[in-house]
Design a protein around this ligand. Sequence first.
Ligand code: BDP
Length: 712
Amino acid sequence: MRRLVARCAVVLALIFGAAPTLAEDGYDLWLRYHPLSAAQKADLPSSVYAEEGDATLRVAADEVTRALAAIRGEPVVRTSGAAPRAILLGTANTPRVAALKLPLASLGEEGYLLRTATVHGQPTTVIAANRPVGVLYGAFALIRRMQLGQPLSGLDIVDRPRVKLRILNHWDNLDRSVERGYSGQSIWDWWRLPDAKDPRYIDYARANASVGINGTVLNNVNAKAESLTAPYLAKAAAVADMLRPYGIKVYLSARFSAPIELGGLKTADPLDPAVRAWWKAKADEIYRTIPDFGGFLVKANSEGQPGPRDYHRTHADGANALAAAVAPHGGIVMWRAFVYAETDPEDRAKQAYTEFKPVDGKFADNVLVQVKNGAIDFQPREPFHPLFGAMPKTPMMVEFQITKEYLGFSTHLVYLGSLFAETLNADTFAKGRGSTVAKVVDGSLDGHRLSGIAGVANIGNDRNWSGSVFDQANWYAFGRFAWNPGADPQAIAAEWAGLTFTPDPAFVRPVTQMMMRSRQAAVDYMTPLGLAHLMATGHHYGPGPWVSDLSRPEWNPTYYHRAGADGIGFDRTRTGSNAVAQYAAPVARRFADPDKTGEDLLLWFHHLSWDRRMADGSTLWDTLVRRYDRGVASVDAMRGQWDALRPFVGSERWQHTASFLGVQAREARWWRDASIAYFQSVSRRPLPPGTAAPPHTLDWYKAQSFPFAPGN
Ligand code: BDP
């Protein structure tokens, strides 16, 4: 019987010319071009006009045609002549676009304009830009509108990115493992490249271009020198060829000691003439292979990586040596400020500032300093990094971690749009009120030509790319925030949900609400009230607040929470490490005062008595326990919300998400129970009335071990 049904489906498909419907597995991301209702599609154009000399214009026209045909559920005419109800796309070099005399000047290199116009007496939707890549971005913006069923009549939209370099950082290794990757193996099949070019790279490029991402670093910041050898450059070139029409440049992480490992030199001293000559020759070789190579990303003198400090040189000396090599080719260097040393007893939160602030103004023109969003390390919540606003002479990139190493991997539903916005909207007060991190990063605060945002990718070879459907939202949101750091996280969540599932407000409203609360939920059940870095050792899976025996002091959770009989929290005021002094005066004053810091960052900056009274009169200890409970309750509520949304979501994606929410609910409880068991052993306070005791002993939680946790 089942076989008969299957055969009928095939016959029907042949008759009606449609493929049998496959369950959606998430592969299509937010680029699902699903048919709209008859009413919604009534006004859609029916033809696409484009001149196709340029590869980028061609992919733009292809994408619009593909989307329009799928959304209309009817074939679309591709024309180079006059057509009724057409979409016309092109640059000022396209005569039909030029004839419209549109105001393109303000669009810059990558901006676009969408406008309803009359061409040859016909109503026409125009996508115009100065350069083909702008047309491509405009095409995706128009497609978004069509997918969401928004009207195309009377369009007059102008948009351009605020940030120049919008870059994914893949922490992908040459053996295809991914550091902190939770969605399978690397999509870069290094072994089979350059001959075998996975067509998936085109879909990767489409997805990235659709949100404006224009660069990708292919390999891990913990880099192997081999990625700079000729065979691996040929592989990177093959990827670059596929991404190029989509406006995406390829970059590589460079190992600082490559002149020794590959060049046979005795030193990698950045001021040594032979070392500089080696980098120059290497850059020349790269640009012969990849003519539009973007440049290097470097992790130096951090967590065991080699760097200029090994030769008593500054980070600027190091960055400038590589920058000089790529400068003649128009390349750039992104030099990471994520540095801390086990030999340095200074508060880890202060070390990057101490190291980098003095070299502000010493970097070459084509260097950007890439700073993690928070002062320590991608924690569920951190204050913004004190280097933002502190290095006005240097273009500063922000680096976010899209892959959720410290936020429940790919099995916890945590929407990062709210985290991105929290950092970007933070006010550094570097030049008075309104000096937000967003303005530092987009270059406007200090008038920089270069600007950039980086995101550590959460992409792998899982069918759904990101491990979970909701983690796709974090990739999406990263791109949208990189385009516009002032974006509204809620609007982006709603847009993503509408594109990924259905634009029906009865779905979008509750799901957006759920996403917007999800990050606070994770903060509550993992690291409430400004606590940080309490994850288990190495893989960072699950709780380990008791860990105190690691060789480096700042790898131990006890270093961060400092819980003792007297209280909990890290004193970063004048009586402690005085990290607050690294912030501009108004910010420093706020962070120095526990009554003004706010509960969210309280224990990041202050060591306080368990019995301290909080704003609502409860003790700190009771509040801490209640935060853990609140986190668990939020996840339970999310499960209920997702149950109610079942009618809107295809069964495979619904089921997948529901099962992951089950994992999250279990692990949120585990986090809560283990943390309370441990902190209670230190605070020796009773649990507040009505709260459940952890079901196991502290020793039981300590004994849990996960040798095969992913991403390590
Ligand atoms: C840490 C990760 C580690 C990375 C490091 C970095 O645990 O795997 O190499 O960040 O950003 O959070 O370099």
